[in-house]
Design a protein. Structure first.
Length: 282
């Protein structure tokens, strides 16, 4: 399918105002798996109890930036049935308030051509700002357009991720995914996929839910569950995540304020996230 490069670069994304409250922040936290395990009750409490002391998981910025599936617009030339959410980075500029109003803007930074067989790679940036203009968070999204390679664009020149150390992880943690099949970040009906595990149908969870759950885990390991210490969180998606399963997160400390991690589905013995990176206040 022919991709319209300049149309994408110039795509007229409207600025969108998001108004949210504490109930939304709590719903996002539950969508990230908070409250799914009694063992995590103490760690999850600051993100689930409404009131003046409610803390907001920084990954909620990704949920607030979530919008319409604009890639389905035929004017883009994107073969939307063949797109893959490949990588995501959240950069926190200031903590999220538990209620308020944010303006979401976005743009396409570049589209690389990897050839007919390997598709194209699209880089996109979303910015969440206060109405007065102060930036709260930026989100960098990498999407593989498997059906759009060979359009004549420039070859990919993005840097390779930092490799994981060849030694045992410094910390290992297990964390449950949301148990409910109607969890907030399940795939929408038109592209929903279910997995059969030991005879039980499970809902596939979208990237935002996977990102948020991994964030909860590494905040616990690297930041002592203090969300205000997070500076950036980056993941590469390696496989699906479903409701009602166990994730194992392995974390390697590289230097003060920097750690690498990966996430694996325990029951299925399959990778879910690779080349994860967290930067934090040491």
């Amino acid at each position: 399918m022919s991709l319209f490069y300049q149309t994408l670069i110039d795509w007229p994304f409207p600025a969108v105002t998001r108004r949210y409250g504490q109930e939304d922040c709590i719903r996002f936290a539950r969508g990230f798996g908070a409250g799914a395990s009694k063992e995590w009750a103490t760690a999850d409490r600051p993100y689930l109890e409404p009131g003046p002391e409610l803390q907001v998981l920084p990954m909620s910025a990704v949920a607030l930036a979530d919008g319409e599936f604009w890639q389905k617009d035929p004017r883009t030339g994107i073969a939307w049935q063949q797109i893959v959410h490949a990588q995501e980075t959240l950069r926190v500029h200031r903590p999220l308030a538990s209620e308020g109003e944010l303006v979401v803007t976005q743009k396409i930074d570049e589209v690389f051509d990897r050839g007919t067989e390997r598709g194209a790679v699209m880089l996109q940036t979303l910015t969440l700002s206060e109405p007065a203009g102060e930036t709260v968070a930026t989100i960098e999204v990498t999407t593989v357009l498997r059906g759009n390679g060979g359009f004549g664009g420039k070859p990919q020149d993005t840097p390779r991720p930092m490799p994981l150390p060849e030694r045992p992880a410094d910390q290992v943690l297990e964390i449950l995914t949301p148990r409910e099949a109607d969890t907030p970040f399940r795939l929408s009906a038109d592209i929903a996929i279910a997995a059969q595990t030991q005879g039980t149908t499970q809902a596939m969870i979208r990237g935002v839910g996977c990102f948020g759950l991994a964030g909860r885990g590494v905040l616990q390991m690297a930041c002592d569950n203090d969300a205000t210490r997070l500076r950036s969180l980056s993941v590469r998606y390696a496989g699906p995540m479903y409701s009602g399963e166990t994730m194992r997160i392995e974390l390697w400390r590289i230097e003060p304020g920097l750690a690498l991690f990966r996430m694996h589905a325990v029951e299925r013995d399959k990778p879910v996230l690779s080349h994860g990176l967290i930067e934090f206040e040491a």
